[in-house]
Write a protein that binds this ligand. Sequence first.
Ligand code: PEP
Length: 246
Amino acid sequence: MKKKLIAGNWKMNGNLAANEQLLKAVLAGVGQPACRVAVSVPSAYLAQCQSLLAGSVVELAAQDVSAYESGAYTGEISALMLRDFGVRYAIVGHSERRQYHGESDEAVALKAQRALGCGITPIVCVGETLVEREAGQTVEVVKRQLAAVIRANGHCVSEIVVAYEPVWAIGTGKTATPEQAQDVHAVLRAQLKAASPNADRIALLYGGSMNAANAASLLSQPDIDGGLIGGAALKAVDFLTIIAAA
Ligand code: PEP
C-alpha cells in the first residue's frame, strides 16, 4: 500500500525562534510515522529548516518554484536553488498564488515541469472557488487545472503529487465533507489514470481546514492519500495528531 503524505504549509508565518521551537516539538513527537511527512517553509528559512530536519523523517518542502531555469527574474527562486537546500517537494499553483499573483494554469504546469526536472516532487494544487462550486463548475475547473499539468509533463505526470484544495475551505474553517472531497478525488484519479498507466502511485492530498478533529474521517476516504495542512501545521500537537491519523 502506498504511504500517505502529510505536508504542512506554513505560508508566510514563522521566524527563527518560532521555527526552531515548532520543528523541535514536531521532531520530538513524530517517532517513526506510518506516513511520509513534510513541511513547506518560507524560502527565507530553508537553510535553517534544512539544518533542523537533517537526518530526520520530516522532509523539506518549498511553497513555490520559478517557472524559469535561471536569469533575470528578480525575486524568483529556481528549482536548482531549492535542490541546494535539500528540498524534496515544492507546492505549485496554490490558490493564494493563483489569486494574488495571477498564476495561470500554464504557468503552474511549467513550474511543475521545472521541479520534476530537478528531482523535486511538485505538489500541484487545484480547486474551485465558492462561486464556481455553486455554479456547478467544480469538476470542470479542477479538470482544466490538472489537464494543463498533464499536457506539459507527459508520462512524468506519474511523479507528481496533487492536492485538491477547494478555495472556499482554505483558512476559513469550512472543510469539505469527506464525501465532497472523495467525489472530486475520484474525478482527479480517473483523469490521471487516463493520462498515465502509473497513476495509481500518485498521491492525492486533500487541503482546506484539515485539522486534528476532522483528519481521520477525511483520510479514511479511498482516494484521499494525505493532506496539505495550513493553519493546523503551525501547532505541533495538531500537526502530530494529523500525522497519527494518517
Ligand atoms: C493551505 O494553505 O494549503 C491550507 C490547506 O490551509 P488551511 O489548512 O489553513 O485551510
